[in-house]
Write a protein that binds this ligand. Sequence first.
Ligand SMILES: Nc1ncnc2c1ncn2[C@@H]1O[C@H](COP(=O)(O)OP(=O)(O)OP(=O)(O)O)[C@@H](O)[C@H]1O
Length: 319
Amino acid sequence: MNTNEHEHVIEVTDLRRVYGGGFEAVRGISFSVDRGEVFALLGTNGAGKTSTVELLEGLARPAGGNVRVLGHDPYAERDVVRPRTGVMLQEGGFPSELTVAETARMWAGCVSGAMPQAEALERVGLGRRAGVRVKQLSGGERRRLDLALALLGRPEVLFLDEPTTGLDAEGRRETWELVRELRDAGTTVLLTTHYLEEAENLADRLAILHEGRIAAAGTPAQVTAAQPSRISFELPEGYFVGDLPPLDDMGVCEHEVDGRAVRLRTRELQRTATRLLVWADTARVELRRLDVRSASLEEAFLGIAREAAQAAGTKEYAA
Ligand SMILES: Nc1ncnc2c1ncn2[C@@H]1O[C@H](COP(=O)(O)OP(=O)(O)OP(=O)(O)O)[C@@H](O)[C@H]1O
């Protein structure tokens, strides 16, 4: 069970997936995930996240490139890899007539070295719902049950496909806490999500997919740092944007003026903010509603999707 000899628990090199009819959903992507890391795959609808995760889970054979999970080919060596991984699919699809406890028992029967079912249900906050039929669970509770089942085999690697879709804010935070606990105990987690806040909070590193390719990758801080920061404020009565120091000198790359409201974008936040504040101080003016902020992951995501779409010559995200 020792995986320390493998520097990368998940290693993907130039991976490709082609569906029947020749559609290439994954077009040569490479990344690796280290032991005890949480790695998020983000992307617009149809970007190729699920297609990629299915290859990592060994559910399909790649059309090209290489996948290694715990040092093995998850498709060709499924019997070696599968017992050491936990999979939470987008739709668990368990019989709805069974109770939560019966479902966990049935699933535990398929897993070697399973943890006690009650412990798995307790960990996801379903301990008190053990006697309830699956069909009576809310959408969020079903996601928790899917997660409990993925945890049953004490996996070294956990694949979570949109783990918090349908959960309320509290349920989402509880799931994040659980994922952090698992990570701290050495579990490697690969998740897909549409919630950028989730990736920002949870992921040690992430990759943004667009049309089957990686458009950006790194830590959340690295990915957002590549996008411009924003400064907004209102000029006082009698002042115009032309009264500011030359915007180029301030490091501004884009600006918008709407009446008195000014929005600047800059890749040199400290320089722009300093020049602006020195100017305001010297001119003895108050910049009302002053707001200075780095790009959020959401802004970075939208910017990357827009750039990638423009580069591909489509207009989908160019609006
Ligand atoms: N079985 C299939 N046959 C043909 N094309 C498919 C098949 N499954 C997925 N695709 C296509 O592959 C592309 C990638 O789909 P995939 O489900 O991997 O995207 P995703 O990033 O997970 O999207 P979402 O966020 O909507 O779940 C899409 O264009 C999709 O229509």
